[in-house]
Design a protein around this ligand. Structure first.
Ligand code: MEV
Length: 405
């Protein structure tokens, strides 16, 4: 398809008072950074750029570089969730109207069928090391011979992780002719940590050991966000009667939801929107618990392409009893210890609200929320349409905009 491109920065044509080239900006106190930013774009000195919310200026300065303030998001609690027999309240941080209502409604429908059943694999993350060998060798023999030594070296200095049952557990490799690269895959059980830092540290460390085994140059050393060994899944069965309304028979809605799934299964444009709806449930929990939603997003979408065509994240069908069966399975790299999860007071409160789950437990809760969210969207789409409920809830939002609040 031919696209027309044009330059459209759309910026107010104010003459810049200063350059955006600001060496040493990161070393300035927050108040001075704010002054520079406010002057730069003629913003009032009391602007909300510097609003720190419930985080101390010291903390935001630790979290990110060049910090000036925080960007607050509404935090809500999704109700009605029953997961593996336990009632759970789900914290969700999101700006979109009707997400919380939809998640709670989806969970209520699932509750009518006994709630979600969830499970997860061990929290295994994978790191990649790229090596450029100077000549072809029998890499498999060399790496097999040194595998245990490499894994032990990766675990050196990680005694606390190892004592908790984690650590480097697997080493795999493949040669990619196209880029003359030997690609090493290091599997690490990161227990309750998301694990990016653990994996990256290990990859950098063992790369020098491996590079000493044959003449080569070292390329990239970094985790993959396609963490397809760290999966979480959720399933549910909902009686058709739960969907009954004055206007629609339960089985009619069940059939409609199955058809909506099939549409996504066979049309990539629909699959993308279907999955956006799933992520409406997933991202807010990932954010509320202080986890890296970009990593989760990247992993989830890549996983959906694993068969070569972008596929829906969930699956829905009508069983022989006429009831609706739903499932979801996704990579889910989230942690409950360390990093922002540990330091952010709201993330801490959110984890407590969830009953202090393990990282795997949190992953299961997150995918169940994604499934509930998707169910609710498909139910509405397959019956009265999405706008009736959404615009009803969105009304107050529009009122505020009209009043200029
Ligand atoms: C809107 O945020 C999400 C939906 O578009 C999802 C879907 O179409 O399945 C309603």
């Amino acid at each position: 398809m031919k696209q027309d491109w044009s330059q459209n920065l759309g910026r107010n044509p104010i003459s810049p008072k200063t350059s955006s080239r600001l060496p040493g900006f990161y070393q300035l106190p927050i108040s001075e950074r704010l002054n520079i930013a406010n002057t730069f774009s003629d913003i009032s000195a009391t602007s909300d750029l510097g609003n720190c919310g419930n985080l101390s200026p010291e903390l935001i300065d630790v979290f990110i570089e060049n910090a000036v303030g925080t960007m607050a998001l509404p935090l809500g609690i999704a109700t009605n969730f029953q997961i593996n027999g336990q009632d759970i309240l789900i914290p969700m941080a999101v700006e979109e109207t009707s997400v919380l209502a939809a998640a709670s409604h989806g969970a209520k429908l699932v509750r009518a069928g006994g709630g979600f059943r969830t499970a997860s694999t061990a929290p295994v993350m994978t790191g990649q090391i790229q090596l450029f060998p100077k000549e072809r060798q029998d890499f498999t023999s060399i790496l097999l011979k040194h595998k245990q030594e490499i894994l032990s070296w990766a675990n050196q200095g990680m005694e606390r992780l190892v004592s908790r049952g984690g650590g480097a557990i697997g080493l795999n490799w493949r040669f990619c002719e196209d880029i003359n690269s030997l690609i090493i895959y290091l599997d690490v059980d990161t227990r309750d940590a998301m694990g990016a830092n653990i994996v990256n540290t290990m990859c950098e460390k063992i790369s020098t050991l491996i590079a000493g085994l044959f003449p080569c140059d070292i390329g990239l050393r970094i985790l993959t966000n396609l963490n397809d060994k760290r999966l979480a899944k959720a399933e549910c069965v909902i009686p058709a009667s739960a969907f009954e309304t004055k206007k629609f028979a339960g089985e009619e809605i069940v059939k409609g939801i199955e058809n909506a799934y099939l549409f996504a299964r066979h049309d990539v444009y629909r699959a993308t929107t279907h999955n956006k709806g799933v992520m409406n449930g997933i991202d807010p929990v990932v954010i509320a618990t202080g986890n890296d939603w970009r990593a989760v997003e990247a992993g989830a979408h890549a996983w959906c392409c694993r068969k070569g065509v972008y596929q829906p994240m969930t699956k829905w069908y009508q069983n022989n009893d006429g009831d609706l069966v739903g499932s979801i399975e996704l990579p889910m790299a989230v942690g409950t210890v360390g990093g922002v999860t540990k330091l952010h007071p709201t993330a801490q409160a959110a984890i407590k609200l969830l009953g202090n789950p393990s990282a795997s437990g949190l992953a299961e809760i997150i995918v169940a929320t994604g499934l509930a969210q998707n169910l609710s969207a498909l139910r509405a789409l397959a019956s009265e349409g999405i706008q009736k409920g959404h615009m009803g809830l969105h009304q107050r939002n529009l009122e505020l905009i009209r009043k200029g609040t």
